[in-house]
Design a protein. Structure first.
Length: 366
């Protein structure tokens, strides 16, 4: 009896381990069938930015891909894909590194984007032909390029980057990072990428530039500038200015205080539209304004609109398409540049739209 009792006591831990193992397998199976597991989250992919070609036949988009958490502790990367509307197929165009600010280069059958490949000292501008091939670096600066815009000729480039400064050597064995100290201004620059060894010239305004947009005729630039690179100035004190094509002379100023979002020229270059706060006290940039390209006081198109304008695109010189949010829903529609004739195309209760891109023939995707 003692021998049997001893054997039974020896079997209890083994039986308990088997029971726990079976319970774990059962729970894991139930999770995979009924819920979202951490492994599923790590495999989720989502479309980021979308850009439609001017002829509407191609759609460039970024696909956000999660890093494998079992191999590396890294953030997700945006990879570049191209969708052909005629064939209905998507092709990976650049997946070597994280990409951003994807644009179709005017008068060139190509896509441009910002990335930092292995061996690059800073984020640079790359180009890849729509027919495919290897991405090649077409422009780099002393510091990382933060954003850019092409002039209509596809040769002149306006871009933003931190001002190059000489870094002082520290006697400390480490370099502490102190919040909002030793910040450098984010400047605007203009260059011609087709001219070899062409020195970029700086936009002659004081402060940090966070947006820069060429006018349709390439004669002016609309910029958003703050007094300092501090985060409070970025959110509350962006000022829209209009400067000449060389960035040497301020031609106009938009009289607006408060948060500032998207800026875009009308096709004829006579007006600018912008998404901004109603005033300095507005907690969001959700109002849609139109202002003369000479500057002045912008017109709030729908001051009593009970929603938030998220994005817009000019359809013609007198009409804009917009994407707005109302509660948990999105809505897509059009509105005249004078604020009249607001028409809903995709109403609330339909698909949730996150972004759209318009081609010349009014195709859009989101």
């Amino acid at each position: 009896m003692k021998t049997k009792s001893l054997k039974l006591r020896q079997l209890i831990p083994i039986l308990l381990c088997l029971f726990l193992l079976l319970m774990y397998v059962e729970m894991a199976s139930a999770q995979s069938e009924k819920g979202l597991t951490p492994e599923h989250v790590a495999k989720i992919k989502s479309v980021g930015s979308v850009e439609v070609s001017p002829d509407g036949n191609s759609i460039a988009y970024t696909l956000r891909v999660q890093a494998d958490p079992k191999k590396s502790n890294e953030t997700a990367s945006d990879h570049l894909y191209l969708y052909n509307r005629q064939s209905g197929s998507s092709v990976p165009y650049f997946t070597d590194a994280d990409v951003g600010v994807v644009k179709f280069r005017p008068k060139h059958n190509s896509l441009t984007f910002l990335t930092r490949k292995e061996g690059d000292e800073a984020t640079s501008l790359y180009e890849i032909a729509l027919d495919g091939g290897e991405a090649r670096k077409i422009y780099s600066f002393e510091t990382s390029i933060a954003g850019y815009d092409w002039a209509a000729d596809g040769e002149h480039l306006a871009f933003m980057a931190s001002e190059p400064v000489e870094k002082e050597e520290s006697a400390l064995p480490y370099e502490p990072e102190i919040y909002e100290e030793n910040l450098v201004q984010r400047r605007g620059y203009i260059t011609n990428v087709t001219q070899e060894d062409h020195e970029p010239h700086r936009v002659q305004v004081e402060g940090s530039i966070y947006q820069i947009h060429w006018s349709p005729d390439g004669e002016r630039l609309a910029i958003a500038v703050t007094p300092t690179p501090l985060v409070d100035d970025y959110y509350m004190h962006q000022q829209m200015l209009i400067v000449d094509h060389a960035g040497e002379k301020v031609l106009g100023q938009v009289d607006h205080e408060g948060k500032l979002g998207q800026i875009a020229w009308s096709p004829d270059g006579e007006h600018l539209a912008m998404i901004a706060g109603a005033n300095i006290h507005d907690p969001i940039d959700g109002r849609l304004f139109v202002v003369s390209a000479d500057g002045g006081t912008p017109q709030n198109l729908k001051p009593n609109y009970e929603g938030k304008f998220e994005q817009f695109s000019w359809s013609d010189n007198s009409t804009l398409y917009y994407l707005a949010s109302q509660g948990v829903w999105s809505t897509y529609g059009s509105i005249n540049a004078d604020g009249y004739n607001m028409q809903t195309i995709v109403d609330t209760g339909g698909p949730i739209l996150g972004e759209f891109s318009k081609a010349g023939n009014d195709r859009f995707c989101s």
